[in-house]
Design a protein around this ligand. Structure first.
Ligand SMILES: Cc1ncc(COP(=O)(O)O)c(C=O)c1O
Length: 456
């Protein structure tokens, strides 16, 4: 169905069935933009999901797609994973929510504590955004300071302070000293929020150290994603990680590791891979087994900022559905099956995928590359290495080429996220990895062939 692609009318519409087309027209009437989520939307519109089976998702027109989006990397075991379904069914028939604690929240907090010494105590909430905002409030409560630092281009959810400099452009990304500027992402964000947010470069440890030396004394927290998904899908360098860790220790700043996605990189999470010892850690996505979840964890002396047992806490944290028993049950089943062996297997498959893609792009002679670690990957087009937000930044031409590749992959029955990133899930094996590599190499070669100048 061709619904007209408006400003992107040079991009061929993918095969999107009539039922999805009709659903979109209905949704547009009652939902702004015809979509609940900007991140998962693309022109002309996504197909609508009907059901999932392992690493496959079936749309309402009956089309079967190999799912590398996995609900934005939250489904480590793919769709309808039997142990998760069994656990949720068993929990559901006992009641879906209580104004009382349940034992399942203890079990999941214990499971996290057993995985990482940095997760001695945990509070659960319902999303990564909520976890990040609670961790930042916690850091402010602990330090008595208001400002935070974050890395340019890094996504930490929809909280005003962490949205600063989420998407700056070459026209506005430097301040007058050549440091990353604090750039407004949403209309109406107060100037005070910009002043309260220091922006750091992900791939320039020296400049990062200078900024932290200058600003450190006023910071409550530095929030860092050890493997920045939005800002290039690249790991932090050991040098930058060391700079951050040292500044936090020196100036009494709370180091918040935002592992909402990167927790999957090792059994203990991503921080230890980079020598980071966070004061507070946020996770979400895979720890909920496909149901809504978020968590803030840390050593007991840090987490005591949320302790209300002796009266009003320094910082309150909690909500109607915090630690809801269905998410707890799904998370327990999901993590129980994400063992050390499963993590290793997924990471090895990811290495294989990236190696296949690099070889294929080199053989085809196209200026494309793949970044990522463990089971995460992302395609970039254009020359040069990608080390952070600025080197990953897509100009109008490369953005258009990536959109074409994303749509062409959909035509090949492979679902990537709209920025051409993806994640593997445990139901995938070598066969699926080779299929993804084969299709992506073929599509990239064809799209470059169609527009040889596009990413030169
Ligand atoms: C690193 C990071 N932090 C926070 C969030 C926000 O999580 P949620 O979408 O569950 O609010 C995300 C979402 O993708 C994320 O990648």
């Amino acid at each position: 169905m061709n619904l007209g692609t408006g400003q992107n009318s040079d991009i061929a519409d993918p095969v999107i069935g009539d039922r999805s087309g009709a659903a979109f027209l209905r949704e547009k009437k009652v939902v702004p933009g015809g979509s609940m989520r900007a991140a998962s939307w693309f022109q002309p519109h996504p197909p609508y999901a009907a059901r999932g089976e392992g690493c496959w998702v079936v749309d309402i027109d009956g089309r079967r797609l190999l799912d590398c989006a996995n609900n934005f990397f939250s489904l480590i075991h793919g769709h309808a994973f039997e142990p998760v379904l069994d656990a949720v069914r068993a929990a559901m028939v006992k009641g879906t929510a209580f104004g009382m604690p349940t034992e399942s929240e203890i079990l999941l907090a214990e499971m996290l504590a057993a995985r990482s010494p940095r997760m001695e105590q945990t509070r659960f909430c319902n999303s990564g955004t909520e976890a990040v905002l609670a961790a930042i409030k916690g850091a402010r409560g602990i330090t008595g300071r208001e400002r935070i630092a974050k890395f340019e281009g890094c996504y930490h959810g929809a909280y005003d302070w962490v949205e600063v400099s989420l998407d700056p452009t070459p026209a506005n990304w430097n301040d007058k000293n050549g440091d990353p500027a604090s750039v407004r992402c949403n209309a109406g964000t107060p100037d005070s929020v910009l002043r309260e947010t220091v922006v750091l470069p992900y791939d320039d440890p020296q400049r990062c150290a200078e900024i932290l030396r200058r600003e450190g004394g006023s910071l409550a927290a530095v929030i860092v994603d050890p493997h920045a998904s939005r800002a290039g899908t690249v790991p932090i360098s050991m040098e930058t990680a060391a700079v951050v860790q040292e500044a936090c220790r020196r100036d009494g700043i709370m180091l918040i590791a935002d592992e909402v996605i990167s927790f999957r990189l090792s059994y203990e999470g991503a921080s230890p891979l980079f020598g980071l010892e966070p004061d507070l850690m946020t996770t979400a996505k895979i720890i909920g087994g496909g149901l809504p979840i978020g968590s803030v964890s840390g050593p007991a002396d840090r987490m005591s900022v949320f302790d209300h047992s002796a009266g009003k806490p320094k910082v309150s944290m909690g909500g109607t559905f915090s630690a809801n028993p269905l998410s707890m049950a799904a998370g327990l089943a999901s993590l129980a099956h994400y063992s050390r062996a499963a993590v290793d297997q997924m990471n090895a498959l990811g290495d294989r995928l990236r190696a296949e893609l690099r070889q294929g792009f080199a053989k085809a002679g196209v200026a494309a590359t793949v970044t990522g670690m463990g089971s995460l990957f992302r395609l970039h087009v254009g020359p040069g290495a990608v080390t952070g937000y600025r080197s990953a930044f897509a100009n109008a031409d490369t953005a258009k080429l990536l959109r074409r590749i994303h749509l062409a992959m959909l035509d090949e029955n492979v679902l990537l996220t709209p920025n051409c990133s993806g994640a593997l899930s445990t139901p995938m094996n070598e066969a699926e990895v080779l299929l993804i590599a084969d299709k992506l190499i073929h599509v990239v070669e064809r799209e470059f062939g169609a527009r040889p100048d596009a990413a030169a």
